[in-house]
Ligand binder design. Structure first.
Ligand code: ATP
Ligand code: MG
Length: 596
């Protein structure tokens, strides 16, 4: 049941709570009067602009500290998809407020991944590709504003004192002795922080909210810390850096974001988000109405790790061949494995969004992939565990060295895609498991005395087999039943129950086939007491030498196929070289052979 992916925005999509929120905001005209200054900026900048051409603004804000994974793909499809569906714009924003070296490799890979997934950040003549560190000047201005308005203070308690005085779930916090300093003193101390007069950790700027709040995040959260470190964008200009919880709402506000969609762990931060954007709006610093945060459950996928830190560890410690190892749940890994952008979009749409954490079964991803590939992938025959079959009466019947031309449709439901050509000769490769000396019940393939059809070719009758001294099957023998070729009038003269795939020894192409399996042996890796590295599946990769039909000599890197009976395979985008080295990755098995 193929359901082709349609990126047409007029197609109705299943509703969800985020769509309902957006539709309500559009109905009520919540953001209708907002202006847009053409670039991110403060209130004055936007007020001088035109009515915002974007009905909504969302953003995808990765930290450029690793490669994106399937969880990010969900977030990308969600944010860019909502903007597309509601006449909006989605910004790509690199969240680089930490003074760590930004790795250009990661920045490039993130842009590539979003593009490859099928989304763009240019709209209305503007490239909405931003760096949060470009907003440092404004963030500092916002910090001074909060101090001047009596909403923030410099705390010089030790980290330990601060921790103790914050209280806990059962105990309210205790006011810092620095909380009651004058605005003038606070402003001076903040400037001392900025000017490098204080050492790392000697002070922090805190929002002055409520040390007794039941929400611990509102007990005067830190908003700026001292860190004498260079930043890749701003160099040594700053020795104080904003905390994420302070920076993020500001980034959203400067970019005119309407719906700031994030994962559930930020739910407790929402009151502070609102506190901050409302105070800055009150001071006339940011555009109104301010952005609102909405949380959804992050994607957890069985047998998969979705933590950049852990994925980086897998790469750094050599458990996989790199970020794009086809077993990795990174977007580059999925791509190399043979996943298509459409299959990931389809997956994201099917799993939807919810407010409750759950685990999505890995098969959901595979089903989306099969649904997409079934209609697209050319068919081909391949023998993955080859053993030679000799047709002993071939020379007598057909003539020595004769090769009989056979063909099959490129796609069974798309005759216009033409036919694949290959030949049947005296020797063919068949699957080792297609022969049994003594057939178990229900086995219809090769055993002495049984007849089967070589798919798209003739019917043969098995007459025996040869094993080596250790019992390993080395050759199967059969005789050809004349006048039974597929597509000829005689084809139906004999009814056989077995129809086996094969590749001619004369024209088959030798190929390296990488049979991938799940990288982790347990459904929820990294969640229990065990180190996630101990949960790696030791058999996640098996490499075999296979034979594939001659049409695959022309396969291009990234091209996907359905190997009949075996599942979906892709020509490896790195190692496959057309006409030179055939290297295929197993993407996934056939639906009905799952788990066999
Ligand atoms: P990690 O903790 O692995 O580093 P992260 O959440 O810190 O991941 P970011 O670069 O901050 O990574 O994420 C960018 C965006 O992607 C965020 O808005 C985040 O909500 C979203 N995201 C990350 N992981 C998932 C996930 N598993 N499911 C859905 N969205 C996710
Ligand atoms: Mg993060």
């Amino acid at each position: 049941m193929a359901s082709p992916v349609d990126s047409n925005k007029n197609v109705p999509r299943p509703s969800n709570f985020l769509r309902q929120i957006i539709e309500r905001d559009l109905d009520q005209g919540t953001y209708a009067a907002r202006r847009w200054g053409g670039t991110p900026g403060d209130r004055a900048h936007h007020q001088a602009g035109e009515p915002d051409p974007a009905k909504i603004r969302t953003r995808f804000p990765p930290e450029p500290n690793g490669y994106l994974h399937v969880g990010h793909a969900k977030s990308i499809c969600l944010n860019f998809g909502l903007a597309r569906d509601y006449g909006g714009v989605c910004h790509l924003r690199f969240d680089d407020t930490n003074p760590e070296k930004e790795d250009q490799e990661y920045v490039d890979a993130i842009r590539d991944a979003v593009h490859w997934l099928g989304f763009r950040w240019d709209a209305n003549g503007t490239d909405h590709d931003y760096h949060a560190s470009d907003y440092f000047d404004f963030m500092y201005r916002a910090a001074e504003y909060l101090v001047e308005a009596g909403h923030a203070y410099v705390d010089e308690q030790s980290a330990e004192e601060m921790r103790v005085n914050r209280g806990d779930f059962s105990r309210p916090g205790v006011d810092s002795p620095y909380r009651s300093r004058s605005i003038q003193e606070n402003l001076q101390r903040l400037r001392d922080m900025r000017d490098g007069k204080l050492a790392d950790g000697a002070a922090v700027l805190r929002a002055k909210i409520d040390m007794a709040s039941p929400n611990i995040n509102l007990r005067d959260p830190a908003i700026y810390r001292i860190k004498h470190a260079e930043h890749h964008n701003t160099g040594s200009k700053w020795c104080i850096y904003p905390m994420y919880t302070f920076a993020h709402p500001i980034e959203d506000a400067l970019e005119n974001i309407t719906h700031s969609i994030c994962t559930l762990e930020f739910e407790d931060q929402r009151p502070f988000y609102d506190w901050l954007v409302e105070h800055l709006a009150e001071g006339g610093l940011v555009n109104t109405p301010p952005p609102r945060q909405h949380e959804f459950a992050r994607l957890n996928l069985t047998y998969v790790i979705t933590s950049k830190r852990k994925l980086k560890q897998l790469v750094d410690e050599g458990h996989v061949s790199g970020w794009d190892d086809p077993r990795m749940p990174t977007i580059v890994g999925l791509r190399r494995r043979g996943y298509t952008p459409e299959s990931l979009q389809l997956f994201a749409e099917r799993i939807g969004v919810s407010k409750a954490d759950s685990w999505i079964d890995y098969s959901t991803l595979e089903i989306a992939l099969r649904d997409d590939l079934d209609a697209k992938a050319a068919r081909a025959m391949a023998v993955l565990d080859p053993v030679k079959l000799v047709i002993t009466n071939w020379d007598a019947l057909m003539g020595a060295g004769f090769l009989d031309a056979c063909s099959a449709p490129v796609h069974p439901h798309a005759p216009e895609r033409g036919r694949r050509e290959f030949t049947l000769g005296r020797k063919v490769w068949i699957e080792r498991t297609d022969y049994e000396d003594t057939p178990p019940k229900g086995f219809f393939r090769l055993f002495p005395g049984n007849k089967v059809r070589l798919k798209y070719g003739h019917v043969i009758e098995c007459i025996g087999a040869t094993r080596d001294a250790s019992g390993v099957l080395v050759e199967v023998q059969a005789t050809l039943v004349p006048d039974t070729k597929s597509g000829t009038p005689g084809a139906d003269a004999i009814k056989v129950k077995g129809n086996i795939t094969w590749v001619g020894v004369a024209d088959g192409v030798k190929a390296e086939v990488r049979l991938y399996d799940r990288l982790f042996a347990v459904p929820q890796p990294g969640t229990g007491d065990r180190d996630f590295l101990e949960e790696i599946n030791p058999d996640s990769l098996r490499v075999v030498t296979a034979y594939v039909e001659p049409s695959l000599a022309a396969a291009k890197p990234d091209e996907k196929f359905q190997f009949e009976r075996h599942g979906y395979f892709v020509a490896d985008r790195k190692d496959h070289r057309e006409g030179e080295a055939a290297v295929f990755n197993r993407v996934t098995g056939m639906k009905d052979s799952f788990g066999k």
